[in-house]
Design a protein around this ligand. Sequence first.
Ligand SMILES: Nc1ncnc2c1ncn2[C@@H]1O[C@H](COP(=O)(O)OP(=O)(O)O)[C@@H](O)[C@H]1O
Ligand SMILES: [Mg+2]
Length: 242
Amino acid sequence: MSEAYLSERIGTGIPGLDEMLRGGYFVGTANVVSGDSGTGKTIFGTQFIVEGAKKGENVMCIITSEESKSIVREMKTSFNWDLEEYVRQGKLTFVDITDPSLRLQKSVEIAPSELIKSFKKLVESKIEEVKPTRIFIDSIEALFLAIESNYKLRTLIDDVFSVFRKHQVTSVITVGSMYNLDNMVEYGADSVVKLGRIIAGNNLQRSIYIMKMRGSGTINEVRVLNISDNGMSVLAQSPYLE
Ligand SMILES: Nc1ncnc2c1ncn2[C@@H]1O[C@H](COP(=O)(O)OP(=O)(O)O)[C@@H](O)[C@H]1O
Ligand SMILES: [Mg+2]
């Protein structure tokens, strides 16, 4: 990878976040967004690819579970984002790995690591076909659930992330905390953004901070994450009450 590539950045599309990242994500990196249920991971990733589609880039969204299938409907009712329109325009490609025709679903005959290998192959061929600048995977844990050895898990996560680096695609990958896979996934990532909730007195606030960003300084503050009908933005203020 050349130095020029390493220093090239891409805007996240989330107002206030690029400032915290000192200019956005590095092109061709694997960026994890981690947080409990309902903290805004799906919104984050969708806003990231919508930003690309709006700019005329080709973008891709990989759906890995039944839960993330409702993304088109939810983003429409939440923010009036018309993902189907981007699909019609040829800007957005969905890859639904739960689709039986891809034969990627878990089955007793397929070893979990074989499943991940097939996933990697599928993603790689889709990248070559679509040539996206941005990929959003919602979420990664379904893929790695059945891997029992931590060592193997680490290797397989690195394997999957290396596909994005190899093809210079900037990816946002969500991971929840339910299955305790977040730690391992965070290890392999080039950057990690943590979303959460903070209860201060009687006040419930959404929060965001950058846990790590390889190769860059960041603003090391916990800030307020705001979600409104216009989408997500980061405010230059602390979620903790003074
Ligand atoms: N238009 C909106 N205005 C404010 N908050 C919203 C809006 N739409 C959705 N939300 C909030 O975002 C949450 C969902 O975020 P989501 O990205 O699906 O979380 P996660 O993927 O981490 O589970 C909802 O539970 C809701 O609280
Ligand atoms: Mg989600």
